[in-house]
Design a binder for this molecule. Structure first.
Ligand SMILES: Cc1cc2nc3c(=O)[nH]c(=O)nc-3n(C[C@H](O)[C@H](O)[C@H](O)COP(=O)(O)OP(=O)(O)OC[C@H]3O[C@@H](n4cnc5c(N)ncnc54)[C@H](O)[C@@H]3O)c2cc1C
Length: 429
């Protein structure tokens, strides 16, 4: 066994890659273990024309460390495409290019170890002992960023198959919708992208498409400036101080800031539907079904979907040969961490209580820390599962781990005052 690490990372998705990139100049012995052999970013949803919903400047490092060699601009320069990139004047870059940037960072950072699933983690009393690809590794601290898991509504779990599946893996599956009646469940960005591709015959020409959404309409992602202020460090800090009830209320109000459909996708969809209906006069039987909740499902050679239409308070019934679930992701503690998480302080809903550095003290001996990334939307706000604050969040982790402010995580005060300013803050402003 090699010398104990200062920090072991579980997962090397964007959130832990940001921590690794900010740590590379610090005297910290860290290693980030990633299960995959080759780096990829949600490859199962890497559909043609998929766009990043966040500015490329909110990359892994730039917002807190613009001279870091692992920035998106450094990637462009090394790939010798800087001028072409600027001249392309893209409002949003492709998810594919951002995924290539992430893989570029992962292959360059010596602290990232691919093909290394963390199988178990236990407390030795002094360290955490990780079982990684058949070897034991000791570490004083942990940073867990292992992603989320596809959410499958309870009434669908018994029916999961090659004809009823969650969309998150669709780009890696052999999907054939020719002549089928397809039901798409979920009215967010993923649902919209899937419907657009069904109408483009990406997987063959379907006979019918029913698009079911609980929302009152197919609503846009709000990307306007004041809404984007919810994705700033200042707001994230203020949000953490609010009582839990107020936080839940705000998260519900802010849904369209993170879970709406991008206006570009909405326009492409509407234009495609118009063409199919009025110009080409062909295409599948199409029905958009807002305000419907999927309440039950059965299989009798085809799928029978019971929907509740809450606009008129009536139940409806739809038949389908294929069901694609675009029902989002849910929080998932990696299996290897489950025994340790039982010992962490949790709120009434059983969710870990994290401090401003996204960490919690381990109750055992020594001052050890466990950082949990992308697991605290309830307490740290709407930006938690989003790329916007990944560099800032990583800076909070690094400063806390190193014990000094290696990175400036503050911002110049602006006119937006979320909470009452203290006299001291007024003076600084
Ligand atoms: C299709 C899609 C598109 C998105 N687009 C955007 C966007 O445009 N803008 C935005 O702000 N947000 C977007 N998001 C949300 C968010 O940015 C991503 O989900 C982001 O990938 C979260 O990063 P992460 O590092 O927490 O998790 P992940 O990216 O899921 O990475 C977790 C990693 O941990 C590894 N792992 C898991 N368990 C273990 C283990 N036991 N041992 C070792 N490794 C392990 C996994 O293999 C994986 O590589 C998108 C999400 C999805 C699903």
């Amino acid at each position: 066994m090699t010398a104990p690490l200062d920090l072991a990372g579980i997962g090397a998705g964007p959130f832990n890659l940001a921590v690794a990139a900010l740590l590379h100049r610090q005297p910290v012995n860290a290693r980030f273990f990633e299960a995959k052999a080759q780096h990829s970013w949600h490859p199962g949803m890497m559909l043609p024309q998929a766009l990043l919903q966040t500015s490329y400047l909110k990359d892994l490092v730039t917002p807190v460390d613009p001279t870091n060699p692992y920035s998106f601009l450094a990637y462009l320069v090394e790939r010798r495409r800087f001028y072409a990139f600027v001249n392309a004047e893209q409002e949003a870059i492709s998810r594919q290019e951002f995924a290539d940037y992430l893989a570029w960072v992962a292959t360059r950072l010596p602290s990232v170890q691919m093909n290394s699933a963390v199988e178990s983690v236990e407390d030795t009393g002094e360290h955490f002992r990780l079982r990684v690809a058949g070897q034991d590794v000791l570490s004083r601290n942990l940073c867990v960023a292992a992603g989320k898991r596809p959410y499958v509504p309870e009434c669908c779990t018994a029916h999961l198959s090659s004809q009823c599946f969650h969309a998150l893996g669709i780009a890696e599956q052999d999907v054939d919708v020719r002549g089928k009646r397809v039901a798409v469940i979920g009215g967010g960005q993923t649902g919209a992208e899937i419907v657009l591709h069904l109408l483009d015959n990406t997987w063959g020409r379907p006979a019918a498409v029913n698009w079911v959404s609980r929302r009152s309409n197919f609503l846009p992602l709000d990307e306007t400036p004041f809404t984007n202020d919810w994705f700033t460090p200042d707001y994230a800090r203020d949000f953490q101080q609010l009582p839990q009830g107020r936080r839940e209320q705000l998260l519900a109000e802010q849904k369209l800031a993170s879970d709406g459909i991008s206006p570009v996708t909405l326009k492409a969809l509407y234009q495609r539907m118009y063409r199919l209906a009025h110009v080409d006069e062909q295409g599948p039987d199409l029905a958009l079904l807002p305000k419907r909740s999927l309440i039950a499902m059965r299989y009798t050679g085809h799928y029978g979907l019971s929907l509740h239409n809450s606009l008129v308070d009536q139940d409806e019934f739809v038949q389908a040969d294929m069901v694609i679930l675009c029902t989002g992701l849910s929080d998932a503690v990696p299996v290897c961490m489950a025994p340790l998480l039982d010992q962490l302080e949790c709120d009434e809903a059983g969710r870990p209580c994290l401090d401003g550095a996204f960490g919690t003290d381990w109750p055992g001996a020594g001052q050890r820390r466990i950082y949990l990334l992308n697991m605290a939307r309830h307490s740290h706000g709407i930006a938690e599962p989003n790329l916007s604050l990944s560099a800032w969040r990583a800076a909070c982790v690094v400063n806390d781990l190193v014990g000094r402010a290696c990175y400036d995580t503050g911002q110049a005060p602006g006119p937006m005052q979320w909470t009452t300013r203290t006299a001291q803050q007024q003076a600084v402003a």
